[in-house]
Design a protein around this ligand. Structure first.
Ligand code: PLP
Length: 306
């Protein structure tokens, strides 16, 4: 989050970065019930800017809100227009976009009562999540001692702010030990996902990713599965264990922030020959072509800003 953008969209108005503030007694700040999204806009090969799968991200924002019972006081159409206008106003050719809907101040207490619901959208330049090196050479990950939240107590289909306490703790744990990212197991001990990314492995030429039980329904996960299908790569959503991850030929993470990032090491064990694998590289290069508008088959996923 390097550069301060000029303006942030806040409850229907464009306000200067320094004035996009909230009250300290905002309900979400205390109890974590807020919903957000992570979206990217890319500079295409023809110099135009396109938001990647904007419709799906806005749909998921509203689904998260539906799950959380947060009644966003704007329509999907208004959120879409606000997002596009924000990119234009801030003259952003590439950006990470962060909408967040949260419960404001009013009555205190766990019950949100009639407290106002807010919606803010920020957009700012943000490079590769794991750096250019991470994308090209792959990253080192470690299984965290923190388990992914059990579906009986957490809503894993929703990007809910409070869920990320688990992610932040796992991230801090493994980065303090020198790793790039944490992988979390589900409560039964099967591999679930990263702190903000879905995970895939390749074994004997076939792709595998955990089913959507205890993991977030990633849009990049969906893209990866679609691209694999198009490439004729065998694909299965099936649980796997940490030792199956150790002996995978290839492994990678997917997410709007992380894009497609190869994993070169898990718990100090090399994956394959310790370099991004063939299928990973194929899907990664296809993905970057798609988001930059170079792939006519998947232009349907781009929403052009200009
Ligand atoms: C956002 C997120 C993902 C990735 O979802 P995308 O739609 O691909 O960005 C995966 N796991 C978690 C926990 C997330 O928060």
């Amino acid at each position: 989050m390097s550069t301060k953008p000029n303006k942030i969209w806040f409850d229907g108005k464009l306000v200067p970065w320094d004035q996009a503030n909230i009250h300290v007694l905002s309900h979400t700040l205390h109890y974590g019930l807020g919903v957000f999204e992570g979206i990217r806009a890319y500079k295409c090969y023809d110099n135009r800017t396109a938001v990647f799968r904007l419709k799906e991200h806005i749909d998921r924002l509203f689904s998260s809100a539906h799950i959380a019972q947060i009644n966003i006081p704007f329509t999907k159409e208004e959120v879409r227009d606000a997002t596009i206008n924000l990119l234009i106003t801030n003259k952003l050719v590439e950006a990470y976009i962060r909408p967040i809907s949260f419960i404001g101040a009013g009555k205190m207490g766990v019950h949100p009562g009639e407290n106002p619901i807010h919606l803010a959208i920020a957009a700012y330049p943000w490079g590769a999540y794991f750096g250019g090196d991470g994308v090209s050479r792959g990253i080192r990950v470690k299984i965290s001692s923190f388990t992914r939240m059990n579906v009986a107590s957490f809503m894993t289909k929703a990007k809910v702010s409070g869920n990320y306490v688990n992610s932040v703790k796992a991230k801090l744990e493994v980065t303090s030990l020198g790793y790039d990212e944490a992988i979390m197991l589900d409560t039964e001990g099967y591999v679930a996902e990263g702190t903000g990314e879905n995970i895939f492995i390749v074994r004997k030429g076939a792709l595998k990713t955990p089913p959507l039980t205890s993991v977030l329904e990633g849009i990049t996960r969906d893209c990866t599965m679609e691209l694999a299908k198009d490439e004729g790569i065998e694909m299965e959503a099936e649980r796997f264990t940490r030792d199956e991850l150790y002996i995978a030929d290839e492994a990678f993470l997917t997410g709007t922030a992380a894009e497609i990032t190869p994993i070169r090491e898990v718990d100090n064990r090399k994956i394959g020959d310790g370099k991004p694998g063939k299928i990973t590289k194929r899907l990664q290069s296809r993905f970057f072509d798609v988001v930059k508008g170079k792939d006519s088959k998947f232009l349907k996923w781009l929403e052009f800003v200009n």
